[in-house]
Each structure stands twice: as structure tokens, then as C-alpha cells.
Design a binder for this molecule. Structure first.
Ligand code: GLN
Length: 536
């Protein structure tokens, strides 16, 4: 069948949750038997978010094929349980880079290269790329930013052109807006929504469906009023109330019949009722925990939890599997000293040391790891967290006081973490790390093996430094084992301490692969160890 396109735009303010609405709609369509994917168009000029500080834009998510992407792609994968790829995230930077490269190659010889048609053509090509694969019935394209932003204009114009080019039943626009509540007069206001639809209309785009974020239920009259002033059917005004968890949103959209409205507008049959049994099962376990554990997340971006989005979601998935509520306690690594670590970490049932780059907060991470190693509280180190576990062991067990990573101290006599050989001649920063999925061979009998229950796994990466295998024997002699390696390069992927309830560090990022239907086994076992620890 011809692929159908759904464009999701946002109005009034940012942060209304376009990504979650898009993922929830996709989930419902998928649960009805359609094959769906979601794409995010980001109007910034960075070619990808890989060079952005997490304070700017939250976590950088990594796909199987090694694209560094917006964190919304993480939601898409967690909801849909299918991998996304480079094609699922496009930025203005990438669009311009392509057009300018083409121009230098002479592709437009004799012509003035302009936003319309050259930039918009390239945007349209990128939008249609996923449909052209023939793999999807429906492609949902989320336009980042808020309608009215200068940088969103070429995207809205591209949507306008596509709507004009496509048959009416092949594409539609969902506009997400906010109905602010005035507590003094106790009413929801529709004016900002009307204005935001007018802004879209100025660009020639009439939304087909309005999803209205609101703190209070919308009355029938209000739906009518919004429909009348915004020129949509009244069953196309969808209420999106605040809910306790993002995983409630698909069920809320089901109740609002968003999926049915979409299907009827796209002239697709509603087929079977959506099969959401396993989703509901997950929600029941998530909401009815039998245990509770406190897990400290040690990082330097803790002021902004979006920086650790996938880790937090992985804890929700793993918590549900263990029927445990995971209370995440963010602990700033810069504030953890050797003296205060024991006191600050005393109440925890598990310690996760987060990924990261650079010097800031490093010693605090090492102090937290020392505490975990010595006291037996379950420990999970991810990427930089694993590297710090190696350094802690070198300093405090092997006695190499100056042991470090050459990322932080290029002159150390004990570079136990060192830059990977194929990284040494790289000078450009964008998209040049070891990125994406690689095989890891897991040692039988290890904690990692108990979790995976297999010896061959694929995990995603994002790093330049690695365990320095020159020191392998020294570490193993004292009890730090390498229990996962890359079969080709022999790069250490997993480290463990045998005589510890749960001490696992991984060079890769398991959090990117945890989904509602497939919670990541290492997170599941870590939470399980935390439950056991909390009961002891
Ligand atoms: N900075 C470390 C490296 O580049 C770890 C990266 C990470 O935690 N993602 O190897």
C-alpha cells in the first residue's frame, strides 16, 4: 500500500510532549497491526546532537547503526520495540550540509540555491526516505520546535507542499497545543490554541487533529468551541490530560479515540481492536510494586534528569519486571568526597555511575565506586562509569595511586584507560567516536551471563577510550575480571568483581536498548540485586 504520512507539530509552548504523543499514536496503530515508524526533524544547525552538551538538549541517544540522535528516538524505540536508524532523525544542519555539498559538486550549476525549493526539496526527500523503504504503512514525522519559530519555517513549508502533492487520504497534520488553566477564574483558555492554529494557517497548513494538553478535563462545549474556531471536526479535538506516567498516554489516547480518528481520515480500516495486553500487564506491574529500592545515579548532569533519560526509563522497565518501585536518587558527583561518600550513599540499595566526558566530577564517581566495592552495595557502571571502576580498582586495590584515564590525565604512569588505537589520529569531533552496535562475547558463569543467558550479545556504544589490555593480568590476579570482550578487537566490554553481590561495569550503553516489552537484562539483574540487598 502507499505509505501514509502523519505530521506532528507543536504550538503555544515547547515541552508539551510531542514525542510521547507521536509514540503513543504509533503504539496504537502498531497494536492494530500496522507497521509504523517515527521520525524527528530538528530545526537546529548542529548536524547531530552528538556535539551538544546534555544541558542543552538532554541525553544524546544512539541507534543500532551508530547515529547520535535526539532523545525522542529513545521514546520511539521504548514504545514500539523496533529499532530506529540514521534516517529517523534529521537536523537543519544535516539538510544544509547535504545541499551545500551538492552545490560544490555542481549539482545545481547555473542556479541560485535557495531555501525554496532546494532546502525544502531536501527536507521532503528525507521525509519520504522511510516511506520509500516499503517497510512501513505509516510514517509519523515529528517537527521539532514550536510553530512560529523562525527556524521551523522551512519544515512547515515542506509539510504544506507534501500535503498539496499527496492525496487527501495519504497525509494529515496533528497539532499539539496547550490549554492553560487560570486558577483565579478557574477556567481553561482556548485563545493560545486558536492563535497557534492561525500561525499554522499563515503558512498554509490546516491541522486535521488538535491534541490539547490540559490539567483539567475539557467539556463538550469547549471541544465544540475549539473545533469551530480552529476549523476541525469536534471529534478531532483530543484531550491530553496530565497523567502519572508517560506509559499511560497510549491508553489515554485510545480512550480519546485518537487512533480511530486518524485511521478514518487516512481511509485505513480499523482492523482488529488494538492488542495492548503486554503493555497493560507492564503498567499493572509498574503501578503495583511489592518492593521498593533506592538507587543512586551518580553523575555531573543531575540538575537535568533528561540527561539520563534512557537510564531512568530502563529502571522503570526493570523495576516492573522485579515488581519493585525504583526510587532514583540523583547525586552530584562533584559533591562526593572520600570523607562524605559513606554518609551520602548510606541509604542506597544500589549505585549506578553514569556515562560522561571530561574531568568534572570524576573523583566523586571514583569515591562512590570505592564505597560500593568495599561495602557490597550493588554497583552498575556504564561507559565512563565502567572506566572509573577500573581506575578505582587500580588505585585502591593494585595500589597504583596515579592510575587514570588518558582522557583526564594524559601523563599518568598507569594509563589503565587509554584512547582506542583507531581514535588516535582523529581530530574532528562530530560523529567520530566508536558508535553503534558491536558484538560482545560474554563469559559463561559470569554475572553478565546470568543476566543475558547467552554468550553472544549486541550492544550500542559511544566512546573513544577503552580498558588498556596491557594491564589485564594485574587486574585479573586481584579479582577484577573481564567477562565480556569484542571478539574482533578483544576490547574489554564488561568488567566484574567476583566476590561481590553485584559489581558490573560495561563499556557499552545497555540503557539504549531497554524497552517496555524487552527490559534490559543487566538492568533487571541490577534491580534484583538491589531488592535482595534492601531485604538483607
Ligand atoms: N569519555 C569516555 C570515552 O570517551 C566515556 C564515554 C561515555 O561515557 N559515553 O571513552
Amino acid at each position: 500500500m502507499t505509505p501514509k504520512y502523519i505530521f506532528v507539530t507543536g504550538g503555544v509552548t515547547s515541552s508539551l510532549g510531542k514525542g510521547i504523543i507521536a509514540a503513543s499514536l504509533a503504539k496504537l496503530l502498531q497494536a492494530r497491526g500496522y507497521s509504523v515508524t517515527i521520525q524527528k526533524l530538528d530545526p537546529y544547525i548542529n548536524v547531530d546532537p552528538g556535539t551538544l552538551n546534555p544541558y542543552e538538549h538532554g541525553e544524546c541517544y544512539v541507534t543500532e547503526d551508530g547515529a547520535e540522535t535526539d532523545l525522542d528516538l529513545g521514546h520511539y524505540e521504548r514504545f514500539l520495540n523496533i529499532p530506529t536508524s540514521q534516517a529517523n532523525n534529521v537536523t537543519t544542519g544535516r539538510i544544509y550540509q547535504h545541499v551545500i555539498t551538492q552545490e560544490r559538486e555542481g549539482a545545481y550549476l547555473g542556479k541560485t540555491v535557495q531555501v525554496i525549493p532546494h532546502i525544502t526539496d531536501e527536507i521532503k526527500r528525507r521525509i519520504k526516505l522511510l516511506g520509500d523503504t516499503g517497510k512501513f504503512d505509516v510514517i509519523i514525522t515529528e517537527i521539532g520546535g514550536t510553530v512560529g519559530d523562525i527556524e521551523s519555517l522551512p519544515y512547515i513549508e515542506s509539510v504544506r507542499q507534501l500535503l498539496w502533492e499527496m492525496k487527501e487520504e495519504d497525509a494529515l497534520v496533528i497539532h499539539l497545543t496547550l490549554l492553560p488553566y487560570l486558577s483565579s477564574t478557574k477556567e481553561l483558555k482556548t485563545k493560545p490554541t486558536q492563535h497557534s492554529v492561525k500561525l499554522l494557517l499563515e503558512s498554509g497548513v490546516q491541522p486535521d487533529i488538535l491534541v490539547c494538553r490540559t490539567e483539567h478535563a475539557i467539556t463538550k462545549e469547549m471541544r465544540k468551541k475549539i473545533a469551530l474556531f480552529c476549523n476541525v471536526d469536534s471529534n478531532s479535538v483530543i484531550e491530553a490530560l496530565d497523567v502519572p506516567t508517560i506509559y499511560d498516554v497510549p491508553l489515554m489516547m485510545l480512550k480519546e479515540k485518537l487512533d480511530k480518528t486518524v485511521l478514518s481520515k487516512l481511509k485505513l480500516s480499523a482492523k482488529n481492536e488494538p492488542n495492548l495486553e503486554s503493555w497493560k500487564d507492564f503498567l499493572t506491574r509498574h503501578k503495583n510494586p511489592k518492593n521498593e529500592v533506592r538507587i543512586g545515579v551518580i553523575g555531573k548532569y543531575v540538575e537535568l534528569p533528561d540527561a539520563y533519560k534512557s537510564i531512568i526509563e530502563a529502571f522503570i522497565h526493570a523495576g516492573a519486571t522485579n515488581e519493585a518501585r525504583v526510587r532514583v536518587q540523583y547525586i552530584h558527583s562533584e559533591l562526593l568526597s572520600e570523607e562524605n561518600a559513606a554518609q551520602k550513599l548510606a541509604d542506597l540499595d544500589g549505585i549506578l555511575v553514569a556515562p560522561g566526558f571530561g574531568e568534572r566530577g570524576i573523583e566523586g564517581k571514583i569515591n562512590a565506586i570505592k564505597f560500593a566495592r568495599e561495602t557490597g552495595v550493588p554497583f552498575f557502571g556504564i561507559c565512563l562509569g565502567m572506566q572509573m571502576a577500573v581506575i578505582e580498582f587500580a588505585r585502591n586495590v593494585l595500589g597504583w595511586k596515579d592510575a587514570h584515564s588518558t582522557e583526564m590525565n594524559p601523563k599518568t604512569k598507569h594509563p589503565v584507560i587509554d584512547m582506542m588505537a583507531d581514535q588516535k589520529n582523529i581530530t574532528k569531533k562530530g560523529g567520530t567516536m566508536r558508535l553503534g552496535s558491536y558484538v560482545c562475547e560474554v563469559t559463561k558463569g559470569s554475572k553478565a551471563y546470568q543476566a543475558y543467558e547467552k554468550t553472544k550479545v549486541n550492544e550500542r556504544h559511544r566512546h573513544r577510550f577503552e580498558f588498556n589490555s596491557k594491564y589485564l593480568k594485574d587486574f585479573e590476579a586481584k579479582g577484577l575480571q573481564i567477562t565480556g570482550v569484542n571478539p574482533e578487537t578483544k576490547l574489554a566490554e564488561i568488567v566484574e568483581i567476583k566476590n561481590h553481590p553485584y559489581f558490573v561495569g560495561v563499556q557499552f550503553h545497555p540503557e539504549y536498548k531497554s524497552t517496555v516489552l524487552n527490559p534490559h537484562p543487566l538492568f533487571v539483574k541490577f534491580v534484583k540485586a538491589a531488592v535482595t540487598y534492601s531485604q538483607a
